[in-house]
Design a binder for this molecule. Structure first.
Ligand SMILES: [Zn+2]
Length: 112
């Protein structure tokens, strides 16, 4: 019981600290190929980010609302699946963010 509570706290802190990185990661993949919720959850898990559908879907919607992603429906077997692609505005935002990430990387990792 207490362990679960501790894990929740860690998760909350992480999500707060890494939310920008997660957004950029999602945007990056959406510029490379159409993405969908569960696939993105698996991709983020591969990079060590544990994110639930209850957190990822609102994130996708907010990126869509900002005009960075565009959603379309795609048939997946019998069901329809929502896929997201980066818009020109999203690509532009990502390329601006890359400069910031590069600068942060230099300072954090290379100590310059
Ligand atoms: Zn990735």
């Amino acid at each position: 019981m207490s362990k679960t509570k501790h894990e929740e706290n860690v998760y909350t802190v992480d999500r707060d600290l890494y939310s920008g990185l997660i957004r950029l990661h999602v945007l990056h993949h959406a510029t490379e190929e159409p993405i969908f919720g569960l696939g993105m959850i698996e991709e983020l898990a591969r990079h060590g980010y544990r994110i639930s559908p209850g957190s990822l879907y609102p994130l996708l919607h907010s990126l869509e609302k900002k005009g960075y992603l565009r959603a379309t429906e795609q048939r997946n077997g019998k069901s329809l699946r929502k896929v997201y692609r980066a818009t020109p505005k999203g690509r532009k935002a990502l390329s601006a963010a890359k400069g910031k990430v590069r600068e942060l990387f230099r300072e954090l990792i290379e100590g310059k």
